[in-house]
Design a protein around this ligand. Structure first.
Ligand SMILES: NC(=O)c1ccc[n+]([C@@H]2O[C@H](COP(=O)([O-])OP(=O)(O)OC[C@H]3O[C@@H](n4cnc5c(N)ncnc54)[C@H](OP(=O)(O)O)[C@@H]3O)[C@@H](O)[C@H]2O)c1
Length: 256
């Protein structure tokens, strides 16, 4: 099937973003893949172009930098592309005591997880409104539903992503645009290692998370929570959940 539609995926070189890129390629979408690692982007471009006849564009951008969203949007325009589906997936976290961590690290995380995500949503939503169609999938977390001791800023950024996406899903509905928030729980990706913690033994496969995300996005589901365990987790009262998460995150710390 060829849809002649284009999906832009940030953080497409690893984990959930990479699995989503494979699914969209298999469904015949053209792809715009964004990340920092140029070698990986090129490898994935080659892999996905070989598999299908999809056009694959790659854009190297550090989305934790001020103005990165605008630069990315202008590059998409320079390539004369219209984005039908925007997936704000790139995200980063760290684990450790908030007061000991470098503020620069907090700033980069907030910039990547919230500011650039908001900037890209604004720029592409504007175009989608003119076209009277489009979909935006913002990757939040089950951590959007409660506090996360030992990973406090990260969880707070994800609470923002969920709140922002829920609000926009209502605001943009009359314009024919679907906004969804994907809220995965622990997932087997590079994320834990990069965040400085061990992998969780109960983590879901990234492929499964991406399959559920794709299916539910196509059904215009507003909030997508993959897996029964994660669905139950978000129902637990907030403070109790924060205590449980604190114990769990502390146990995963590499340098306790
Ligand atoms: N894994 C989990 O347990 C889990 C749970 C809940 C939510 N999530 C969310 O799921 C999303 C995807 O994470 P993942 O688990 O798939 O992690 P991952 O395997 O570490 O992948 C992260 C992707 O984002 C890109 N990226 C990171 N920093 C970037 C930056 N500054 N600029 C541009 N691209 C950047 C990475 O590529 P480069 O390094 O090449 O830039 C990579 O492609 C994130 O938003 C994360 O918060 C993950």
């Amino acid at each position: 099937m060829t849809t002649e539609q284009t999906v832009l995926i940030t953080g497409a070189t690893s984990g959930i973003g990479y699995e989503l890129a494979k699914i969209f390629a298999n469904e015949g979408y053209h792809l715009v893949l964004v990340a920092r690692n140029d070698n990986k982007l090129n490898q994935i471009k080659e892999e996905l172009q070989k598999r299908r006849n999809a056009k694959v564009y790659i854009i190297q951008e550090d989305l934790s930098q001020i103005g990165a969203g605008d630069r990315l949007f202008r590059e998409v325009k320079r390539l004369k592309l219209e984005v039908d589906i925007l997936i704000n997936n790139a995200g980063a976290g760290y684990t450790g005591l908030f007061h000991e961590k470098d503020f620069e690290q907090d700033i980069h995380m907030m910039q990547l997880n919230m500011i650039t995500l908001t900037e890209l949503t604004k720029l592409f939503a504007n175009e989608m409104v003119k076209n009277k169609r489009g979909k935006i999938l913002n990757v939040a977390s089950t951590g959007s539903y409660h506090g996360g001791p030992y990973t406090a800023v990260y969880y707070a950024t994800k609470a923002y992503v969920l709140s922002f996406s829920e609000a926009l899903s209502i605001e943009l509905k009359p314009y024919g645009i679907v906004v969804s928030a994907l809220c995965p729980g622990a997932t087997k990706t590079d994320f834990a290692r990069r965040a400085g913690k061990q992998d969780s033994s109960i983590a879901m496969e990234a492929k499964k998370v991406a399959e559920i995300a794709y299916k539910e996005l196509m059904k215009d589901k507003k909030v997508i929570i993959p897996g029964l365990r994660n669905k139950l987790l978000v129902k637990i009262p907030r403070m109790w959940a924060s205590h449980m998460v604190g114990k769990y995150q502390k146990a995963l710390l590499i340098n306790k």
